[in-house]
Design a protein around this ligand. Structure first.
Ligand code: NAP
Ligand code: G4F
Length: 343
């Protein structure tokens, strides 16, 4: 019998890669999408095609992580072997502007799924993956960060994810459920949302190269992130649910780069020669003809910044036999070539 997986957040970056990965592993994949005024299944449309439809191996359902009834009903109807909770308001800066919604979706969303598993008496059958985040470390800049590093979230998003992290552990300990947290560091891809910094940089610099845009406006250029490829990271989610015992794992590349250096690396790949001048909010980059290419705009600064994230994924390497396949350079090349294909 084929295994059944249920993915909340199927229309997102990770949901789409995870669906592809699980279909290759011969799973029947059910995905939950929200109703929207325009079609938002762009990332999975290529999967949702004839062969899968005929064999009913990829099935989309309407639902919402803030709606207990839809969550409980879907879990009851599908009775999945594995549930991946990737659904979230996932933008840190937006969480400062919509903190209550972020808490409802990102914190209580996890609780709704866990409770629905229990309510439907599926504790013994259904394994649960919670999409945790390196944002949990927040202001704790002691690097590298691992499973034992103290959490100090620095945004409504981080605080909501902290609740989700602990409620997952609580249900594991209280009800003996197979429930795991992945503490994933930043991961990107050509499918990354346009308002996250890597995609924003790649898209803008490609357009600047093609003379379709003049200037890229950004916030803090000096925060450091540990950026990996989403394709590699979804494999780790699956691996966590294939272990004998449920545990939490840090997933990261172990390399750290500043936003500014990411811009330099993308410029280099695009053969865009840029020079930096000025300091602080006045720091800017110009091209050879002295055109302004990058400038800072205070709109993109956050009320509180997470300055330094660098993951130590030794536990995952040892117990899951997981390590990233992509380098930062190959990630950048993948993102640029996918962007350039649009033109
Ligand atoms: P993403 O591209 O923003 O995708 C988020 C998904 O959640 C989308 O499918 C979105 O649907 C869905 N969603 C949002 N609110 C929902 C709701 N109320 N009900 C049902 N679905 C809802 O995020 P991602 O990069 O794939 O990340 C996946 C998960 O991992 C998220 O939980 C994120 O917080 C977490 N995470 C991401 C990273 C990273 O670097 N990418 C690192 C650590 C943790 P719509 O398409 O309708 O908006
Ligand atoms: O790309 P970002 O928005 O990602 P951030 O805040 O690190 O969050 C992402 O990774 C988390 C894992 O650590 C996930 F949990 C979360 O869901 C999300 O996927 O920003 C990265 C850095 C920040 O320091 C930000 O201040 O880039 C800085 N930045 C500078 N200018 C900018 C901009 N970020 C964005 N989004 N837009 C800018 O213009």
């Amino acid at each position: 019998m084929k295994k059944k997986a249920l993915i909340f957040g199927i229309t997102g970056q990770d949901g789409s890669y995870l669906a592809e990965f699980l279909l290759k592993k011969n799973y029947i994949v059910h995905g939950v999408k929200r109703r929207s005024s325009t079609i938002n299944t762009e990332r999975v449309d290529h999967i949702y095609q004839e062969p899968h439809l005929k064999k009913r191996t990829f099935i989309l359902h309407y639902g919402d992580i803030t709606d207990s009834l839809s969550v409980t009903r879907l879990i009851n109807e599908i009775k999945p072997n594995e549930i991946y909770n990737l659904a979230a308001q996932s933008h840190v800066q937006v969480s400062f502007e919509s903190p209550e919604y972020t808490a409802n979706a990102d914190a209580l969303g996890a609780l709704r799924i866990l409770e629905a598993i229990r309510f439907n008496k599926l504790e013994k059958k259904t394994k649960f993956y919670q999409a945790g985040t390196s944002e949990l470390y927040g202001l704790n800049e002691k690097v590298p960060q691992n499973e034992k590093t103290l959490f100090h979230p620095a945004s409504p998003y981080g605080v909501a994810k902290l609740y989700a992290h602990w409620i997952t552990i609580n249900y594991r300990e209280a009800y003996n459920m197979f429930a795991c947290n992945g503490i994933l560091f930043n991961h990107e891809s050509p499918r990354r949302g346009e308002t996250f910094v890597t995609q924003k940089i790649v898209q803008a610099l490609c357009k600047i190269k093609l003379k379709k845009q003049k200037t890229l406006f950004l916030g803090n250029l000096y925060s450091k992130r540990d950026w990996g490829h989403a394709k590699d990271f979804v494999e780790a989610m699956w691996l966590m649910l294939q272990q004998k015992n449920p545990e939490d794992f840090v997933i990261a590349t172990g390399n750290q780069t500043t936003v500014k250096n990411f811009i330099n690396l993308v410029s280099k790949e695009l053969k865009l020669k840029i020079r930096w001048r000025g300091k602080g909010i006045k720091e800017r980059a110009f091209d050879e003809d002295n055109n302004l290419i990058v400038a800072c705009d205070k709109t993109y600064y956050r009320p509180l910044e997470v300055n330094s994230l660098l993951g130590d994924a030794k536990k995952a390497r040892k117990k899951l036999n997981w390590k990233p396949k992509s380098s930062l350079k190959s990630l950048i090349i993948d993102m640029i070539s996918s962007e350039m294909q649009k033109y």
